[in-house]
Design a protein around this ligand. Structure first.
Ligand code: GLN
Ligand code: ZN
Length: 759
């Protein structure tokens, strides 16, 4: 039997107990002790579930109250200065109040920045290293990995393997230091990491999984010496515990150098990094004194693995690395897939048969561990998995898309000319105000939907309810004095699920939740077959909203890249083929909205950047098809229709050409959490289209004040003409409560009015 390890497990709990505990605590319905108990219970249960699959090594790293990157920052006492002051923090353990303030903001201080974890839809809290860069060495203030390990040991004993993000990745993903100081900052972490690893070794860890996914990014050759120096020091401190240097999401850069690092094991991703990692191992070999972590069960998609092909691959690898020196694992943490298929009783059995969630993947891992000497039973199981996949995919052919033409992807007239038409058509004030689409999905909305799904409320009753919500919010928006209105998205559970439910080709789970950030979870649909436009998607609600007001109501669509990225796509179809067929469906919807009298259409692409390949050399190809898909969806719009897009983040520096190429009349972006930092990318590139500044951070319950939003906008206004700017929140408001939403929007409108008077 080959050894097996898991790299990480879903944190939400099988019934989202983790999420519920956090939210109840925030609402004041749980005490601190009750919260601790609830979170530990979910963690212990997860350990037990994993151990049941006979793993050799069970990851001890998913004990968190929000986000493991924040946990590690807190472990090192890295509390940003503004929080230190507001909460009087002077070192040592970090209180729950302070921890959640950093994560979510509080009435005293806005939240720390949150950003996507590599190219996934998981968001982490960005550590701030200003103090370290200024010379204050980090030290262990609150040893959270040790707590997680101790807890795990009680449950699964010596099989527990602590998981810690390594210093190279931690510093690369942090901010608050000049780029030139990178190596110095990494070195500054060495003593603290040494102490951390030593504490884990002393507590009995045999192996420690040290995650360095940043080694799959573009790694400057100059960093290799630094890695040798740092890992030399860490390995010594960790002894006798061994380090498994784990990479994932792509192939490792500088393979020959990395495998020479003094660690005992190197973990590689043979799914997303298959071609390059495989070529590296076969061509350059693998050191005889090391263990190879073979990440082979796909950690980020939900299809059952082709165990026959994987067993064959393992035999191929075994020519270089004997089975005894392999530790088999999923390719990544299983954070990105739901916990189990067990409760999914409504899926089509043929589809269910070719799916695998976290627990099923661990079962596959156990089976694959027999590939060193498979008996007839194992061989049969391997063959069955391959055949089931082949059969299902053949039964659901995905036709090659029609070629996308230049004519289809080009608007009838250029932006300059459209802008004039729009100015006349809409006669908006300077700094027009709008929102991103959704309004609070309050309890009444969730209850009405639940009753509708259970059949307690009929279709007419549900429709009447949605209409009443739309009418209520059109009135609120008019009272607030917003310039461009939205219908509020009350009919949508989720911006992808809603569209997927109306298009053909998607399947849905009942309980397949995955964490997006903090307590927020999403339920990605599964793209199993051809995408078909069967009926209008959004016309009824949007047209109804427009009938209630003279002001323009923006139609609200989710873009092709985002629908693709936030679903689990077919593995055997190129992503661009799927994106184009979604785009063709959306194109029909844009036409239908126009026919219903809608004058502005927003196509949200929050996942546009997340789809960007991690390696620069793969980026142009992706950007080419992603831009083409967006244009295919939108370029059919009439010249007088204003096309908006929205992206919830602020880093555009390296993709600004693609953003320009989208040819959207208006793009709304995040501005608040990055403190206006984003604008540079647009300034330096003389972006000429309109930009909506997300000056209100909707991820936090805090109500931003007028001056603060004005200051953020002013910062953006330094270079580009003021006529180009809109004022808006940085994302949809569905997760917020009504009072804070209204108060914040009131301030936002006041900020826009203030700016108009000032400038
Ligand atoms: N229109 C969507 C909303 O407001 C956009 C959400 C997003 O960008 N994530 O909810
Ligand atoms: Zn957004």
């Amino acid at each position: 039997m080959i050894q097996t390890a898991n790299l990480g497990y879903p944190r939400l709990g099988p019934r989202r107990e983790w999420k519920r505990a956090l939210e109840r605590y925030w609402q004041g319905k749980l005490t601190e002790t009750e919260l601790h108990d609830a979170i530990r219970t979910v963690y212990r249960d997860a350990l037990r579930r994993q151990a049941a699959f006979d793993l050799t090594w069970v990851p001890a790293g998913d004990l968190t109250y929000y986000d493991p990157m924040l946990d590690l920052a807190v472990t090192f006492g890295l509390v940003p200065a503004r929080f230190r002051e507001a909460y009087g923090y002077a070192g040592g353990p970090v209180s729950l109040e302070l921890y959640f303030a950093i994560a979510r903001g509080s009435d005293r201080v806005p939240a720390a920045e949150m950003t996507k974890w590599f190219n996934t839809n998981y968001h982490y809290i960005v550590p701030e290293l200003d103090a370290v860069a200024a010379g204050r060495a980090p030290e262990i203030a609150d040893n959270r990995p040790l707590q997680a390990y101790r807890e795990a040991r009680e449950v699964v004993g010596e099989r527990a393997r602590p998981v810690v993000v390594g210093p190279y990745t931690f510093v690369r993903l942090s901010k608050g230091y000049p780029e030139a100081a990178f190596a110095e900052v990494v070195r500054a972490f060495v003593p603290a990491y040494r102490a951390l690893l030593r504490s884990l070794a002393e507590a009995g860890a045999a192996w420690i999984q040290i995650d360095e996914p940043a080694l799959v990014l573009d790694v400057p050759a100059g960093d290799i010496a630094l890695l040798h120096e740092v890992y030399g020091a860490l390995v010594e401190a960790a002894a006798p515990a061994k380090l498994m240097l784990q990479t994932y999401f792509e192939a490792v850069e500088h393979y020959s150098d990395v495998v020479r690092l003094p660690v005992a094991g190197i973990g590689l991703d043979f799914v997303d990094g298959l071609a390059d990692n495989r070529a590296s191992v076969l061509r350059h070999g693998f050191p005889e004194d090391k263990v190879l972590g073979v990440g082979l069960i796909p950690g980020r998609n939900v299809w059952r693995a082709d165990l026959e092909a994987q067993a064959a691959f393992l035999r191929e690898l075994a020519a270089v690395v004997p089975f005894e020196r392999m530790i088999l694992s999923p390719s990544t943490s299983l954070l990105f897939v739901p916990i189990s298929l067990e409760r999914e009783t409504k899926l089509d059995p043929a589809l269910r048969d070719v799916l695998a969630f976290a627990d099923e993947k661990l079962a596959e891992l156990r089976l694959l561990a027999r590939a060193d000497a498979p008996d007839a039973e194992a061989e049969a199981a391997y063959r069955a998995s391959a055949e089931a996949r082949r059969r299902f995919f053949a039964a659901h052919p995905f036709p090659a898309p029609e070629a996308v033409t230049a004519e289809e992807t080009t608007r009838a007239i250029p932006f300059e000319a459209r802008k004039k038409i729009h100015a006349e058509r809409f006669s908006l004030p300077l700094f027009p105000t709008t929102t991103i689409g959704s309004f609070p999905q309050t309890k009444d909305v969730r209850e009405a939907r639940a009753r509708f799904r259970k059949g307690e409320l009929d279709a007419e009753g549900y429709k009447a309810f949605i209409r009443a919500k739309i009418a209520e919010w059109i009135r609120i928006q008019e009272e607030l004095g917003l310039d461009v209105l939205v219908h509020g998205e009350f009919e949508r559970t989720d911006m992808v699920e809603y569209f997927a439910e109306k298009l053909g080709g998607f399947a849905f789970t009942e309980h397949g939740w995955v964490q997006s950030y903090g307590s927020r979870a999403v339920r990605p649909p599964i793209i199993y077959g051809e995408i078909v436009y069967r009926e209008p998607l959004t016309v009824e609600e949007t047209a109804y909203a427009q009938s209630l007001t003279e002001k323009p109501v923006k139609g609200m669509l989710t873009g092709p890249v985002t629908i693709l990225k936030w679903s689990y796509p077919r593995e055997d179809v190129p992503p661009e083929a799927i994106a184009y067929s979604i785009a063709r469906a959306l194109r029909k919807e844009v036409e239908a909205l126009e026919a219903a009298g809608i004058r502005m259409v927003q196509v949200d692409e929050p996942a546009f950047r997340e789809g960007l390949p991690l390696k620069r050399r793969h980026r142009d190809r992706y950007l080419d098809w992603a831009v083409r898909a967006f244009r295919l969806a939108t370029a059919g719009a009439r010249p007088e229709t204003q096309v908006h897009t929205h992206m919830c983040y602020s880093e555009f520096g390296d993709i600004i050409d693609a953003i320009k190429a989208l040819d959207a009349d208006v793009i709304s972006i995040e501005t608040s959490r990055s403190h206006g930092e984003l604008i540079q990318a647009f300034e330096e590139n003389t972006y000429d289209k309109e930009i909506g500044l997300g000056v209100y951070d909707i991820h936090s319950p805090r109500v931003p004040d007028v001056e603060e939003m004005k200051a953020l906008a002013r910062r953006a206004l330094r270079v580009l003409p003021k006529e180009n700017f809109w004022i808006n929140p940085d994302c949809g408001l569905k997760t917020r409560d009504v009072p804070e939403t209204i108060a914040s929007l009131k301030n936002m409108v006041a900020a826009a009015r203030g700016l108009r008077a000032e400038l």
